[in-house]
Design a protein around this ligand. Structure first.
Ligand SMILES: Nc1ncnc2c1ncn2[C@@H]1O[C@H](COP(=O)(O)OP(=O)(O)OP(=O)(O)O)[C@@H](O)[C@H]1O
Ligand SMILES: [Mg+2]
Length: 358
């Protein structure tokens, strides 16, 4: 979109971002103040009358990744994501999309940002009840200024893309929750946005449908490589979808990392507690479990890619009856054996030397 930006530049670059709710003058004084760094959210509210919903948050969203924002209710997830397109006005900090300063955008630029570059999918789908599925999706194109003829063709394509073929003429009230969310998704895709922002889109759905929708999002991401920012308070959902996860607490990001980093090396007790019940063997990979190869081991045994999960490696090692090699582009990074794999399952800390090639 922005031809002057190198391909590896982030989509969103967020630096030292704050959102403080409260009387404007008082709120503006909070970022960076001693109160803001020293006090809990409750103490800060009592002292200043302000709520610091997002506190000094810094991160990049990379092109093509699914960036998950996770945290308990009230931790600041929705506020943070709404700040990205200034649906909520940040109090302090800097924010850019493809190198363009979002805080400097005028009303016209902002409208274009929300319509064409960053489309939002909400929990309550916000469909027009009297319009058909096709017209709801076409509505997304109408506000884009797409002509009538093109609209219906393109809407039909999108309806098919999200798996709703045959339901084009139904009204939202005649659809299940999952189907309605698919319409919401198709409408957001109609803008062909560079990035999709999801605010807990599936939390109102029952677990089976929810799983189906997660697979739908994973499929769309896989097929199109579209950048996504996905809010959830559900850890399993975050681990399933996220390339990277930002875990929020009290307006701050307490840890930002891959699912493997969050589960394998929690930054503090809060994160450790959060991920305690995660089946580690399904998230951690052989990179965590491997040790340096001893003499002769680098040439023997089944070869596994570095992204192989521990649970998959257990099967390979059980079948072969001996250690397996972790091989990346023809190079042996190390080996995994039953002791190393069991250590991961048992949640033992990594042995010194593990994960480091000899
Ligand atoms: N308009 C507002 N005015 C004052 N405080 C607000 C406003 N919007 C949100 N807050 C407060 O900011 C904090 C973060 O809210 P936010 O909605 O971002 O949380 P969340 O992580 O999305 O929670 P949930 O999982 O419940 O959706 C909360 O303490 C909330 O009460
Ligand atoms: Mg929210």
């Amino acid at each position: 979109m922005n031809t002057t930006t190198p391909a590896e530049a982030p989509v969103f670059a967020v630096d030292g971002l704050w959102k403080v709710f409260g009387p404007e003058k008082a709120a503006a004084r909070v970022p960076g103040s001693a109160d803001a760094t020293g006090l809990s959210a409750t103490e800060l509210r009592e002292r200043t009358g302000c709520t610091a919903a997002v506190r000094d948050v810094t991160f990049d969203v990379r092109k093509g990744e699914v960036f998950v924002v996770m945290g308990l209710s009230g931790s600041g997830k929705s506020t943070l994501v709404r700040c990205l397109t200034r649906l909520i006005e940040p109090t302090a900090g800097s924010l850019s999309i493809d190198g363009e300063d979002v805080l400097a955008m005028d009303a016209g630029r902002l409208r274009a940002l929300r319509r064409h570059r960053a489309a939002m999918v909400f929990q309550h789908f916000g469909l027009l009840p009297h319009r058909t599925v096709l017209d709801n999706v076409a509505y997304g194109l109408e506000i884009q200024g797409v002509g009538r003829g093109d609209r219906r063709d393109r809407a039909a394509e999108l309806v098919a893309k999200v798996g709703l073929e045959g339901l084009e003429e139904r009204r939202p009230g005649q659809l299940s929750g999952g189907q309605q969310q698919r319409v919401g998704l198709a409408r957001a895709l109609a803008a062909d946005p560079e990035v999709l922002l999801f605010d807990e889109p599936f939390s109102a759905l029952d677990p089976l449908i929810r799983r189906e929708m997660q697979e739908e999002v994973a499929r769309l991401h896989h097929e199109e490589g579209r950048t996504m920012v996905f809010i959830t308070h559900d850890l399993a959902e975050a681990l399933r979808l996220g390339d990277r996860i930002a875990l929020m607490r009290d307006g701050r990001i307490v840890q930002l990392g891959t699912p493997e980093e969050i589960v394998g090396s929690p930054a503090d007790d809060y994160v450790r507690d959060f991920v305690r019940d995660v089946p580690r063997e399904q998230v951690l990979t052989v990179r965590t479990a491997m040790r340096p190869a001893a003499a002769g081991e680098a040439e023997r045994g089944p070869a596994l890619a570095p992204a192989t999960t521990v649970v998959e490696a257990i099967e390979a090692v059980a079948r072969s009856g001996g250690p397996a090699r972790v091989v990346d582009h023809g190079r042996c990074l190390g080996v995994v054996d039953d002791a190393g794999l069991l250590a991961v399952v048992a949640g033992l800390p990594a042995t010194p030397g593990r994960g480091v090639a000899a």
